[in-house]
Ligand binder design. Structure first.
Ligand code: 5GP
Length: 211
């Protein structure tokens, strides 16, 4: 176990297309995994996209299964996001709190707020795309949605970007490698991470992205 990063819940939120999935993948090297780093695998009622695997990206469940789990207290938080339901299994988080390690959570802004209330020591990071144009481009590039679904995601993403101020840290994902190293520095509590504290981020730059 890496003592410097023991027992940490790290919330990484961003609008769809912000790049949080690539950041999480970049953080989870084999070496870190062997030091107890992992990714919280959520349950969702969303249909599986091409290339996704049950138990890897998500646990894909039916509405009925989801509702049963929610009623049984299986989730640390659960919310409808876009058109489907998503929930974070509580057990994975409690295990990290008790046994140490680092668990990365890719949740929407509602889920992030709930987790922060339940686990006040959780580190919260908001990832922004470098511009509105790049957000649109990334959403389109993924090519997994219909034009209507894309519109819903783009409009929701624009609204969600305003939420950055509720997060302890803000990372602008201009270049993936530097975004990953910014997040690493935040997780390991290095002094260099102060520049990523939301109150220290250049507000003019942010305003051009979110306005
Ligand atoms: P996607 O369907 O593109 O994988 O994810 C859609 C949105 O759901 C993203 O904003 C993602 O962060 C969010 N999400 C994924 N898992 C969870 C979860 O367990 N809880 C909440 N609240 N949001 C989630």
């Amino acid at each position: 176990m890496n003592k410097g990063t023991a027992g940490k819940i790290v919330i990484i939120s961003s609008p769809s297309g912000g790049g949080k999935t690539s950041i999480c993948q970049g953080l989870l090297t084999e070496e870190r995994k062997s030091q107890g780093w992992g990714f919280s695998i959520s349950c969702t009622t969303r249909p599986k996209r091409e290339g996704e695997q049950h138990g890897r990206e998500y646990f894909f469940v039916t509405e009925e299964e989801f509702d049963k789990k929610a009623e049984a207290g299986f989730f640390a938080e659960h919310f409808p996001v876009h058109l489907y339901k998503y929930g974070t299994p509580k057990e994975q988080l409690d295990k990290v709190v008790e046994e140490g390690g680092v668990i990365l959570l890719d949740v929407d802004v509602q889920g992030a707020a709930k987790i922060r209330r339940k686990y006040p020591d959780a580190i919260s990071i908001f990832v922004l795309p470098p511009s509105k144009e790049s957000l649109k481009e990334r959403l389109q590039r993924r090519g997994t949605e219909t034009p209507e679904q894309l519109d819903v995601r783009y409009n929701t993403a624009r609204q969600e970007m305003n939420e950055y101020c509720n997060f302890e840290y803000t990372v602008i994902n201009e270049k993936l490698e530097s975004a990953i190293s910014d997040v690493l520095s935040i997780i390991s509590g290095q002094p260099g991470s102060n520049k990523s504290r939301t109150e220290n981020i250049n507000k003019e730059q942010i305003n051009t992205i979110i306005s």
